[in-house]
Design a binder for this molecule. Structure first.
Ligand code: MSP
Length: 650
């Protein structure tokens, strides 16, 4: 077969609501795979995007008094901004409201129709708008959708049908011949069972609402949102528009999806493609879910983990690392702030961070900051550290190739541990006994620096920014990463000696006790809105007493100065006057308010919030704001009449 491009996709996300950690997860995983493939020398095409049509979006817009178009335009920006912050290296972002997508969907519909696989009939059954999915009465559980327990509604309407039943045998045969088509194996079994139990033809159009792509030739109907959405993978690759590009990219190598949407990808999608005479994607990987102590995350029940405060609190790379390391890919995983902090402290701050700091400190104390590559004539044991580096990076690469990220990172950490043990064994801190011993000490540190150069390559897919920082700390240009894994040769440096930078904490330790002692609102007062401060998922009681409320000190304050916190899009450093003194507050409202427009405004401030350090700035208090709309736009609280600063608010 053709194709040397590695084409991978994430699901396209519904933009009825803001992204949460589940969405961030799939996208970070996809990004790590894409970066790893590039580092392995592959030509990668990485697609993500947004699913913007359907009843779910239409209803969400109605609820907010918006046109669907307005809602999706707003919310899609939040996804795109989040991907930027999370260092997602996608090559393309497709929106299903784009003309290129619509053309792809229309072409696929025509191709399937030309095969004789479309007919008009009446649909009678149940519909779940939450999952955008049809169910028979026997599939319902307690009158709700069997997947997520969403409410369902009864439908009876004219509909175009796709002859899914025709593809039962062909699908089973495909699973048989290509077991790698659905991974992991348990999900292949699920798909196989579903198909074996009998396929009914699939309703692929709806009437009664407009927000979708009209059925070609019959605009009384809009195409079923899943028929529409799945086609994004081909439309972005040039289907129906650019045959050369399409030939280069299609079929996709990997569709990453959550287990809840496996059926659409492992059953319906290949059937549509078979019908249209198109090659099938190589692999659909169905991953598990992040669960919280209360079970499944659910927006409607207010039980979602918001990645934004986590990024602000812990940084992008530690969050990426945690998500990849903590979950066995394919299975469910438990999310908690505690697990995140533990993982950061043990693997990043203690193991890797300390090692880097110690090594650099010694390079400066003993070698004046300058290191030569390890010389095996001086220190033969350097070769065994080199062997460990090759073994551990090799194992890491193999596991990453088979999407076992957690095992892969654990294998890489064998090298981190190995370098630590190497230092303990060779004691570079021991006072050298003569010239030879001095050379030996230089070779010990040279070996440690070399080992860390290999670690930098190893973390480049999961923690791209830290990989660059690490290389630069060691004195190597960060562009060395672009040369990929195969350019690594133990002890072979393009330029030598390197000049190491001064030791700095690559991954600061999180004070867990202080974190959990902080009132929920304090830790991320730079967060996007007043109601999504922290993700500890503490149960907020429905009612509190007046005494409990009185513990929160609210006062009026006048904004006297404001400026953007460096390196952030959303954070402002605001100086407020409380009448009896000034203080600084960091607030996540920069997308809504320019710094200048705030000066002079009278606002409400929580004054007895524990101070928090946010992006290097000490924040003393929190500014109150409403969180408006699906994108949680912050609108600050001000006063109807003039009030002096410092007045109590109660
Ligand atoms: N729009 C469809 C996908 C169409 S693809 C042609 C959709 N969108 S979604 O926004 O609801 O979900 C997108 C992805 O997020 C799914 O793969 C889903 O499994 C994943 N997650 C949602 N919550 C999740 C967790 N709690 N944990 C991990 N991933 C989860 O479905």
């Amino acid at each position: 077969m053709k194709k040397d491009t590695f084409y991978l996709t994430t699901p396209i996300y519904y933009v009825n609501d803001l992204p949460h950690i589940g969405h961030a997860y799939t996208t970070i995983v996809a990004d790590a795979i894409a970066r790893h493939a590039r580092l392995s020398g592959k030509d990668v095409y990485f697609l993500t995007g947004s699913d913007e049509h359907g009843q779910k979006i239409e209803r969400a817009a109605q609820k907010q008094g918006l046109e669907p178009r307005q809602l999706v335009d707003r919310v899609v920006k939040r996804f795109q901004q989040l991907w930027k912050r999370l260092e997602i290296s996608n090559d393309d972002f497709i929106r299903t409201t784009e003309p290129r997508h619509r053309k792809g969907v229309e072409d696929l519909f025509r191709a399937v129709k030309a095969r004789g696989d479309i007919y008009l009939d009446r649909y009678r059954g149940w519909y779940c708008t939450g999952c955008e999915s049809f169910y028979t009465v026997t599939q319902l559980v307690d009158g709700r959708c069997p997947e997520q327990g969403h409410p369902v509604e009864e439908l009876e309407e004219e509909s175009y049908f796709f002859r899914l039943s025709r593809y039962q045998d062909a699908l089973l045969e495909h699973y048989q011949k290509h077991p790698e088509f659905v991974r992991p194996e348990t999900r292949l079994n699920e798909a196989r069972e579903f198909v074996r139990s009998g396929l009914r033809d699939l309703s692929i159009s709806r009437t009664g609402f407009d927000w979708g792509i009209p059925v070609p030739g019959d605009d009384r109907h809009v195409l079923y949102v899943w028929f529409d959405a799945l086609t994004n993978y081909m439309a972005a690759a040039g289907y129906g528009a650019d045959p050369k590009r399409f030939g280069k990219l299609w079929p996709a190598d990997l569709h990453l999806v959550g287990k809840d949407i496996l059926r659409f990808h492992a059953v319906y999608w290949p059937a549509f493609l078979m019908s249209a005479g198109l090659p099938l994607p190589r692999t659909v990987f169905g991953h598990g879910w992040w669960l919280t102590a209360q079970g499944k995350m659910s927006k409607s029940k207010g039980k979602v983990v918001d990645p934004v405060p986590l990024i602000e609190q812990f940084g992008v790379d530690p969050l990426r690392y945690f998500l990849l390391r903590e979950m066995t890919f394919g299975q469910d995983g438990a999310y908690s702030d505690e697990a995140l902090i533990d993982r950061i402290n043990s693997d990043l701050a203690n193991d890797l961070g300390n090692l880097v700091q110690r090594t650099l400190a010694m390079v400066h104390s003993y070698l004046d900051g300058q290191v030569e590559p390890p010389d095996e004539n001086v220190l033969p044991e350097s070769a065994s550290l080199g062997a460990l580096a090759r073994k551990s990076l090799g194992a890491y690469r193999e596991h990453m190739d088979s999407y076992a990220f957690s095992v892969g990172l654990a294998a890489l950490w064998d090298l981190v541990g190995g370098i630590n043990r190497f230092l303990v064994k060779h004691e570079p801190w021991r006072k050298p006994d003569g010239k030879d011993d001095e050379a030996r000490r230089a070779a010990v540190l040279g070996s440690a620096v070399e080992g860390l150069r290999w670690v930098a390559l190893g973390i480049a897919a999961s923690m791209p920014e830290s990989a660059e920082t690490l290389l630069e700390l060691l004195g190597f240009p960060k562009k060395e990463l672009q040369a990929g894994y195969d350019a690594l040769e133990w002890g072979r440096w393009k330029e030598k000696p390197t000049r190491c930078k001064r030791a700095e904490a690559l991954f600061p330790r999180i004070d867990k006790q202080a974190y959990f002692a902080t009132p929920a609102a304090a830790s991320t007062s730079g967060d996007r809105s007043p109601n999504s401060r922290r993700n500890s998922m503490d149960t907020v009681p429905d009612q509190i007493t007046i005494q409990e409320f009185q513990r929160i000190k609210l006062r009026t304050a006048k904004i006297t100065a404001a400026e953007r916190v460096e390196g952030t899009d959303r954070l402002l450093k605001i100086e407020v006057d409380l009448g009896d003194g000034k203080r600084t507050i960091v607030s996540g409202i920069a997308e809504q308010y320019s710094a200048d427009s705030l000066v002079g405004k009278m606002v409400v401030v929580v004054t007895n919030l524990k101070p928090a350090r946010i992006r290097g700035v000490d924040s003393n208090g929190m500014l109150l704001a409403a969180g408006v709309g699906a994108e949680d736009r912050p609108i600050i609280c001000t006063f109807e009449e003039e009030v002096p600063p410092g007045a109590p608010v109660r």
